[in-house]
Design a protein around this ligand. Structure first.
Ligand code: HEC
Length: 139
């Protein structure tokens, strides 16, 4: 219950951030597109672990186990959908449903780092590494 409330607070915070961003961009972003964080905000974390802890674990939980509360956050742990690197890279860049798009808030190296981190932790053992140049192609 405690986790769920923290999660709810974090999600509400992110939600209001993204609502602010979309209000500002109402003219350019269609209604159905996933929420975006403030366009000028850039995360400073550089390692996959720091990025995961700073951004992803608020929704996907510290061991990537996912959660169900105000919304469903799929587990990243033991997730066969991470076998292909393009899928998580695409989701981090573009968002989907309740997952925000981070393309403006993370550079290519940061996206590669955090994707490599989740693909090699939490029971995922995908050895191939994503490079920043791969991320650039999916932007
Ligand atoms: C605000 C909450 C939130 C944050 C922060 C967040 N996600 Fe998500 N994520 C979601 C939700 C909700 C979904 C399900 C999206 C859908 O399919 O509707 C999701 C889906 C995913 C999926 C697809 C999982 C599957 O089984 O299909 C991946 C991979 C993923 N997120 C990775 C990340 C990474 C990496 C980060 C950090 C950079 C991150 N997410 C940050 C909420 C979040």
């Amino acid at each position: 219950m405690k986790r769920i409330s923290i999660l709810t607070i974090i999600s509400l915070g992110l939600l209001s951030l993204s609502m602010l961003a979309s209000a500002r961009q109402a003219n350019t972003i269609a209604e159905h597109e996933p929420p975006e964080l403030s366009v000028s905000f850039q995360f400073e974390e550089k390692t996959g672990q720091a990025l995961f802890e700073g951004i992803c674990q608020g929704c996907h939980m510290p061991a990537g186990e996912g959660a169900k509360g105000a919304a469903a956050y799929p587990p990243l742990a033991n997730n066969p959908k991470l076998a292909g690197a393009a899928y998580p890279v695409y989701l981090v860049l573009k968002g989907q449903g309740g997952m925000p798009a981070f393309s403006r808030n993370l550079n290519d190296e940061q996206v590669a780092e955090v994707v490599n981190y989740v693909r090699s932790h939490f029971g995922n053992q995908y050895a191939d590494k994503v490079q920043a140049t791969d991320v650039a192609k999916l932007r």
